[in-house]
Write a protein that binds this ligand. Structure first.
Ligand SMILES: Nc1ncnc2c1ncn2[C@@H]1O[C@H](COP(=O)(O)OP(=O)(O)OP(=O)(O)O)[C@@H](O)[C@H]1O
Length: 249
């Protein structure tokens, strides 16, 4: 489980996260939605320990991220907003390096590498250096890096950006298989069809705050909309616009 409690974050005196709290339950896929600039990436960076919150607490598998970021890193697989590849290394060398950093050695190491190679269909890329890789190829390798140590929790920031139809389908199937085997998954997205297909729960952020948290169909029913896009627009933009509208009255 991932627990986020009362997070606050400012950049240059501007509040980007404001008293943000939610839980990501185990063995479920949770989607994190919000307009551009709502604070999704900032929130995910704090959860992964890449950024410090000004106030509040994050626990991953019961461990406080601020107190023991390295222990939390072992429980997490992360696909960030940048792929973070090392272009001089081949896919095999790159994944071996990250698997070793997670403590894998010997037969456990080779089994893990074989598993991600076949799961993510990396045979054709395996011996190639990642320099010049297409967006979809980069994303696949980034996902393989996140999965190579079989983490309990997987965090993905817009994972299907730039993927073609088959690559996006492979990613969705991989996430569903991982969820079915008990992995806790949270991903951010702007693609409502994929959110509806994948997610058991949806969190909606607006202006650094949580404005929706429910199963997708319950969110739609509660907002009186018959599709997720209208529901999202009502929650994310309705909430963000109201203070300005009030000010105009
Ligand atoms: N390092 C930083 N310095 C200053 N401002 C930042 C920094 N990182 C993020 N911000 C600002 O914080 C706000 C939230 O950004 P964030 O990237 O978390 O949004 P997001 O919901 O992920 O947006 P998108 O959907 O566009 O990726 C934005 O206004 C952004 O400009």
């Amino acid at each position: 489980m991932i627990e986020v409690r009362s997070l606050h974050k400012e950049f240059a005196g501007r509040s980007v996260l404001r008293d943000l709290s939610f839980e990501i339950p185990d063995g479920r896929i949770t989607a994190l939605l919000g307009a551009n600039g709502a604070g999704k990436t900032t929130c995910l960076r704090i959860v992964t320990g890449l950024l410090k919150a000004d106030a509040g607490q994050v626990r991953v598998g019961g461990i406080d991220v601020a107190r023991d970021p390295l222990a939390v890193r072992r429980l997490l697989g992360v696909v960030g907003d940048r792929e973070g590849l090392y272009e001089r290394l081949s896919v095999e060398e790159y994944l071996t390096l990250f698997a070793q950093m997670q403590g894998l050695r010997g037969s456990a190491l080779s089994q893990s590498l074989d598993a991600v190679r076949s799961e993510l269909e990396l045979d054709d890329l395996w011996k190639r250096r990642t320099v010049g890789f297409s967006q979809g190829e980069r994303m696949k390798v980034s996902l393989a890096r996140a999965l190579v140590h079989r983490p309990q929790h997987l965090i993905l920031d817009e994972p299907t950006r730039g993927l073609d139809v088959l690559a996006a389908r492979l990613l969705r199937r991989t996430l569903m298989r991982l969820r079915d085997s008990g992995t806790t998954i949270v991903f951010s997205s702007h693609v409502m069809s994929e959110v509806l297909e994948l997610s058991d729960r949806v969190l909606v952020m607006a202006d650094g705050q949580l404005v929706g948290d429910d199963e997708p169909r319950a969110l739609m029913a509660n907002s009186g909309c018959d599709n997720l896009e209208d529901t999202f627009v009502a929650l994310a933009y309705g909430q963000a616009e109201s203070p300005e509208q009030e000010a105009l009255v």
